[in-house]
Design a protein around this ligand. Structure first.
Ligand SMILES: NC(=O)c1ccc[n+]([C@@H]2O[C@H](COP(=O)([O-])OP(=O)(O)OC[C@H]3O[C@@H](n4cnc5c(N)ncnc54)[C@H](OP(=O)(O)O)[C@@H]3O)[C@@H](O)[C@H]2O)c1
Length: 239
């Protein structure tokens, strides 16, 4: 009985710790995008599988009895590959995906499909906070008239950024308010990743507009659980 967890998220890390703590035999998989990934509490393989066929082989060769896809809500390819490979190999499969944020009273979000639409949704002038990953910034390079402040985990590639604020979340509400105030931000751009974020609260209270990038649309729904406890229960039911 061995569980394969497709990782790369906080939820995956927490799920792995829970499964290991229950004595369940588990293997983690990372795409290998970051060189400084924190070690996981179980044997970990790194790198792509080589598409659906490669993942089917991996499931068979390792004798995997359950597959949990706990990749990021914005991972577009892996969730489909996981579903297809699990079906071909006859292995039970579930996706662990944290719920998306939903607007609360006082929120006036502009929801957009992707970074290019986000760039088009920006006002012609003002101070914009781009709370995005380095891969998403290219779409904002050619904007004129707006002041661009980037908040990112790692130093972004050079660009027309008026300021760069480095930091790894989660951030406290007061720090988010201070960031918005310091740069007189009137528009915030971020992705609907879900999970803990005080940036939306701070933006609401500061009267800043939010341009929210929606999650990838999936052609078919996937069997999904939304929290680690439910994923543990699901694994235990399959064993
Ligand atoms: N997208 C984001 O914003 C984001 C944010 C934080 C963390 N991450 C993590 O970064 C990784 C890559 O994200 P992505 O958006 O590039 O995914 P993706 O577009 O869904 O996947 C692209 C390819 O990367 C490989 N891959 C992805 N996740 C893998 C995993 N856990 N183990 C082994 N191979 C994996 C697969 O290659 P093959 O086809 O060769 O198997 C997949 O086809 C994921 O683990 C994800 O959880 C992503």
């Amino acid at each position: 009985m061995t569980v394969l967890v497709l990782a790369g998220t906080t939820e995956a890390r927490r799920l792995l710790a829970e499964l290991v703590g229950r004595g369940i035999d588990v293997v983690a998989s990372l795409a290998g995008r970051t060189s400084d990934a924190l070690p996981l509490p179980c044997p970990t393989r790194v790198g792509g599988f080589g598409g659906v066929d490669g993942l089917v082989r991996e499931l068979q060769e390792r004798g995997i009895t359950a597959l949990v896809d706990a990749t990021h809500p914005f991972a577009d390819v892996m969730p489909r590959h996981a579903r297809d490979a699990a079906a071909l190999a006859g292995v039970p499969h579930v996706r662990l995906e944290r719920p998306a944020w939903v607007p609360r009273d006082g929120d006036a979000w502009v929801e957009v499909d992707g970074v290019h639409e986000a760039a088009r949704a920006l006002p012609s002038h003002g101070n914009v906070l781009l709370a995005l990953g380095r891969m998403e910034l290219d779409a904002f390079r050619s904007l004129d008239g707006v002041t661009l402040v980037v908040r990112a985990v790692d130093e972004p590639p050079p660009g027309p950024w008026d300021a760069v604020v480095l930091g790894r979340g989660p951030f406290a509400y007061d720090d988010e308010r201070a960031l918005l105030a310091e740069h007189r931000i009137d528009t915030v751009v971020l992705r609907n990743s879900g999970g803990p974020s005080r940036l939306l609260d701070a933006a609401r209270d500061a009267g800043a507009r939010v341009v929210l990038i929606t999650r990838p649309r999936r052609a078919e729904s996937l069997p999904t659980v939304t929290d680690v406890g439910a994923a543990v229960d699901w694994v235990q039911r399959t064993q």
